[in-house]
Design a binder for this molecule. Structure first.
Ligand code: G3P
Length: 225
């Protein structure tokens, strides 16, 4: 069970990776848009420096045709580093690109997955990760729990090396559900993880413990006893 941050905000990644046990960073053009017109490759090299080579970094292509996707993949691998997992949306052109990239041993994250068929095609094409869009499926009355369970069962039954990297979450309950259905990894907007720890009940428990301590010992810390 691994968490990733679905953001490319450098400060957020720096600050919050000291708190949350993250396994990697994912992005797409909409996430990049939030940062404005960044120096694209330099920005991702900086992210890589923060997270290190042992974590995964997922960068999405923007071209709509296979040839363009392959050119962009090469540019990403040449200008960021050759360990980046190239994110490709699963449609016809994308599947073609996934198969070519995998034949060259390049890591691929198959994304924009709304259906069982997309995920199964991507698995069979050799994708390292498949990214089912949890909340977007719910919005379309598709059951993401059933879709993820099917992927997990197929991976186990046929021994695929593919990992489920669930994405598109609006709350922590959805993230927990994705894990329970068999997703090995979930990529989450950092605010969703922060919100999960900011329940008033948690803060009240902490405050009550402090009050009880101070009733007996005053403002003295255990470290100063
Ligand atoms: O990682 C995919 C994700 O960014 C899509 O999320 O919130 O746009 O549905 P969302």
């Amino acid at each position: 069970m691994k968490y990733m941050f679905d953001t490319v905000n450098i400060k957020t990644i720096k600050d919050l990776s000291e708190i949350f046990p993250i396994e990697g960073i994912t992005s797409n053009p909409s996430i990049v848009k939030k940062e404005g017109k960044i120096d694209f490759f330099k920005h991702f090299r900086e992210i890589r420096k923060i997270i290190g080579m042992d974590k995964t970094l997922h960068i999405q292509v923007t071209a709509k045709d296979c040839e363009g996707m392959l050119k962009e993949a090469k540019a990403i691998l040449d200008n960021v580093d050759n360990k980046v997992s190239i994110k490709i949306p699963v449609n016809e052109e994308g599947l073609k690109a996934i198969r070519i990239l995998k034949s060259k041993g390049i890591s691929v994250t198959a994304t924009a997955i709304y259906t069982k068929a997309q995920g199964l095609f991507a698995m069979e094409a050799g994708a390292d990760f498949i990214a089912p869009y949890f909340n977007r499926m719910e919005n379309m009355d598709i059951d993401p729990r059933e879709v993820i369970t099917t992927f997990a069962n197929m991976i186990e039954k046929y021994n695929y090396p593919t990992k489920i990297l669930a994405a598109s979450f609006k709350n922590i309950g959805q993230v927990n559900d994705a894990f329970e259905c068999g997703a090995q990894t979930a990529t989450v907007a950092p605010e969703i993880l922060q919100t999960a720890l900011r329940m008033p009940a948690i803060q009240k428990a902490v405050d009550d413990f402090t009050t009880d301590w101070e009733t007996i010992f005053g403002k003295v810390s255990i470290a100063d006893l």
